[in-house]
Ligand binder design. Sequence first.
Ligand code: ATP
Ligand code: SF4
Ligand code: MG
Length: 365
Amino acid sequence: MTELSKSGAAVGEPTTGSAAPSAFLEVRDLKVHFPTDDGLVKSVDGLSFTLEKGRTLGIVGESGSGKSVTSLGILGLHTAGQYGRRKPQLSGEIWLNGTELLSAPADEVRKLRGREMAMIFQDPLSALHPYYSIGKQITEAYRVHHDVDKKVARKRAIEMLDRVGIPQPDKRVDSYPHEFSGGMRQRAMIAMALVNNPELLIADEPTTALDVTVQAQILDLIRDLQKEFGSAVIMITHDLGVVAEMADELLVMYGGRCVERGSAQEVFYEPQHPYTWGLLGSMPRIDREETERLVPVKGSPPSLINLPSGCAFNPRCPYADVPKDNITRTERPELTEVGSGHFSACHMSREERTRIWTEEIAPKL
Ligand SMILES: Nc1ncnc2c1ncn2[C@@H]1O[C@H](COP(=O)(O)OP(=O)(O)OP(=O)(O)O)[C@@H](O)[C@H]1O
Ligand code: SF4
Ligand SMILES: [Mg+2]
């Protein structure tokens, strides 16, 4: 991740009218707000990050923190009427390979989707059409972007199914989604997402519904394919364990905002935000009995219509009462650089956080 603050775009601040960035993907102050009868749901509220090709960014956060809304935003999939509700409000900038997607015509974004960027969805059944064979869906995805006849596209579909480890791909290509197991459907969806060798792959909780062995296989597969194609990968999960081995960089989301980001190494081993500590504490560990695991993070996610004032994590934070110099509880902590390329949004001083982490938290993990 390059640092936005160094390239002149302060993290969390709009950078309207700026030039194309050098990074392969740069998201600047992305906001996705949904008007509802109860008020404006600020699902994503000022997210900024960059990602280079060949690198993997893990986006972690609990349910409802805005992970999927972020990915749908990048892919241009928040369209009016999609949810039978009012038009979502999107702002900020999303630069992919020199093109700003939020201001680009819908046609252009549609062309990029599938060819340059693709998504593995949380639920394969929602991405695969029940009435068409797996093969037909993969060939269609290929033919949208390649001027080839059906035979060539079918060959490509079989190749991809083979590549993702579907046995007898020349036969299974004619199966329907319901004839596949959960793991196979997930593989088929990965084959469809990768059929055009996208340069950006977003995997949204690609393994949540799968058993541990299949989970590991799918993650290996994404890693292998990434190596082969040199794609940039965004791996979205609520489980830090899933991205522990895969991610180069990590972005921790809370209530639609980034509370910490940096290299995976730093976020894992020198985390600088109490919410990240909570997530790390809830990671399953082989050497710890189920009952011994720390409680995930006490309390419930914040309302995205009325975020708590000041730090949104305030009501759940065990350190909310630690005195902070000249800062009132109603002041919102901004993302600030706490180490090279490592950002955290917390009012505690770096010294205080480091002390708590090394003395109180790390020894218990
Ligand atoms: N169309 C919509 N209208 C109103 N609110 C929405 C809409 N889409 C999403 N949201 C809200 O935005 C918030 C973020 O949703 P999102 O799906 O991004 O969460 P998530 O982090 O992916 O969670 P999960 O881990 O459960 O998948 C949620 O509170 C959700 O209810
Ligand atoms: S700003 Fe305060 S409430 Fe928020 S994470 Fe830091 S210590 Fe906790
Ligand atoms: Mg989601």
